[in-house]
Design a protein around this ligand. Structure first.
Ligand SMILES: [Mn+2]
Length: 333
């Protein structure tokens, strides 16, 4: 670990120690409630102890499954009416690239932001606030580094699983993993009685109900393809579980998978790319940021996995994504 990372986790430890003296600590996840944000929040809360609580406005299916499995506590807020504890000493925001990613207003207390996204709109930082951003695959790795240095004896089986699940999902099942992520996963998995193959199998068999299975199968019958000459794009519409649909399209040979979903008045784009495409210059997160420039809304993410949400219709959104891809091809060719 380089010196700036050593300094960061020391500063984090000091921030936590100082904030506990002021009162309770809320650990806030981003609005999509993915496994990295929820795993990071819950493991941090586990380690800090009763004065900390993980909270947010939404849990993804996989995150809900892992919380149940690890018997972790998580408070789901009603975004219209947020009840912060009265004696709040500080908030820690995990895995959010900017304040709009939270879906809630932050209270006026000292804050600490822990993130690994490269772009995003900045948080308002005041005196005493702390901002940590590492170029890792996941936020879970940052939490692990802090825990190993300052609270190694408090890393229990639940914490290991929560952090490992965060790393597994944010690396796309290790397909996009940097060596630090693999090493962190190795450390988390080297525990007596822990069987990695069973863990990953259980994570992959997130229980779907029959209507979800039908919806996924239908989305797969509607797939259309586009060969741009350089990249093979498979795209479709789905009503639910867009991530699973997109991943299936990558497994079936697509370089890039795009899934559109219309929900209430919003269109959601979910994209995944193969490791080969990201190596050759595809960065879906930047492409989704270009979608924001084109059509407003909110978007961003990682090289191999990203999303965008806005109010234009599905056809317009899909056309926009394809135009950005074609444009990129012109530049990188
Ligand atoms: Mn993340």
């Amino acid at each position: 670990m380089n010196q700036s990372k050593v300094d960061d986790i020391e500063a984090l430890n000091q921030w936590i120690t100082a904030s506990i003296k002021q009162g309770a600590i809320a650990i806030v996840t981003h609005r999509n409630g993915d496994m990295d944000t929820v795993g990071s929040a819950c493991s941090l809360a586990n380690i800090i102890g009763p004065s900390a609580r993980a909270c947010g406005i939404h849990l993804s299916t996989i995150a809900r499954t892992m919380l149940k499995k690890t018997k972790s506590d998580f408070m789901i807020f009603d975004s219209e009416r947020i009840a912060w504890p009265r004696n709040l000493g500080g908030v820690i925001i995990v895995d959010a690239a900017g304040p709009s990613q939270l879906g809630l207003e932050l209270p006026q207390v000292s804050k600490c932001v822990i993130d690994h996204h490269s772009a995003g709109e900045p948080f308002d930082m005041n005196d005493g606030d702390l901002y940590i951003n590492w170029d890792t695959n996941s936020t879970a790795e940052i939490i692990l580094c802090w825990a190993e240095k300052y609270a190694a004896e408090r890393i229990d089986a639940s914490t290991r699983q929560l952090l490992l699940a965060g790393i597994v999902t944010d690396t796309g099942r290790f397909r996009h993993a940097k060596s630090e992520a693999l090493l962190a996963a190795g450390r988390l998995a080297s525990s007596e009685g822990f069987v990695f193959s069973e863990f990953i199998e259980e994570m992959e068999s997130v229980e779907l109900n029959n209507s979800q299975r039908v919806a996924i199968a239908k989305a797969l019958t509607r797939v259309e393809t586009l060969d741009t000459g350089r990249w093979f794009l498979s795209h479709t519409r789905a009503g639910t579980n867009e991530g699973i649909v997109a991943r299936s399209l990558i497994s079936a040979g697509a370089d890039i998978a795009l899934v559109c979903r219309r929900h209430q008045e919003y269109t959601r784009l979910t994209a995944r790319a193969s490791a080969k495409s990201t190596r050759e210059g595809i960065h879906l997160g930047s492409m989704m940021e270009k979608m924001v420039e084109r059509s407003g809304g909110e978007g961003g993410g990682h090289a191999g996995a990203a999303g965008w949400t806005g109010t234009i219709d599905e056809t317009d959104a899909r056309t926009g994504f394809i135009a950005i891809l074609m444009n990129l091809q012109g530049v990188t060719e």
